[in-house]
Design a protein around this ligand. Structure first.
Ligand SMILES: [Zn+2]
Length: 210
């Protein structure tokens, strides 16, 4: 009798039934979730947490919980602090060499952006200058569809290189628009200021001029 009972138990537990039930459920989930991801909003959004600013002399040292509390990112902005501080105030700050003894610029330097605190040619301190009403055009661009760990910009988005009026170098940033674009499209700079500021390079972004 005991043997018969064991046989019955085995027969009543077909592994196939369990597998059949599980498979359709996971398949259905995939079908319902995928379209939601494709419905990207018209404008790019950020996944950022507020960063704390520590002032050390003239420098900001940012505490950014970029990878959670265990992955706190400390970033000393040093002599580039005027640039990042400017962004939070809606100002785009570049630098230029005004040293008359500079072998390359002879004191007639053009504006660099991102800025450099010292001239790479004469090593003298560069002069800060605000780029007012910054406008330009898309020099080239990439479509970012998948970001790595810690990326604060929700994909998909355009990573753009911008040629700005009055600036010598080409600026790399991101576009807030998600609609189709072309090289040469006109853009203007925008800023995350006040409570919206991240105190990182993300505080500068661009939008299409229509
Ligand atoms: Zn110089």
């Amino acid at each position: 009798m005991a043997k018969k009972k064991i046989v019955k138990k085995v027969a009543k537990k077909p592994a196939k039934k369990v597998a059949k039930k599980a498979a359709p459920k996971s398949a259905k989930k995939r079908v319902t979730k995928a379209p939601a991801k494709k419905k990207a909003k018209a404008f790019v959004t950020l996944n950022t947490k507020p960063s704390k600013i520590n002032v050390v002399g003239d420098s900001w040292v940012i505490e950014n919980p970029r990878f959670g509390e265990e992955g706190m990112h400390y970033h000393a902005l040093g002599m580039l602090t005027p640039y990042f501080k400017g962004l939070t105030e809606g100002k785009l700050m570049g630098t230029l060499c005004t040293n008359p003894k500079c072998p390359i610029t002879h004191g007639q330097g053009t504006v660099w952006l991102p800025p450099r605190p010292d001239c790479p040619d004469c090593h003298a301190p560069m002069k800060w200058k605000e780029i007012k009403d910054p406008k330009g055009y898309i020099y080239t661009y990439s479509v970012v569809e998948r970001g790595g760990t810690g990326l604060e910009i929700e994909t998909p988005y355009y990573q753009i290189d911008v040629r700005l009026d009055g600036v010598e170098t080409i600026v790399k940033s991101y576009l807030i628009n998600r609609e189709p674009i072309n090289i040469g499209d006109k853009v203007r700079a925008r800023f995350l200021t006040g409570k919206k500021a991240t105190n990182t390079c993300l505080d500068l972004y661009f939008e299409l001029v229509k």
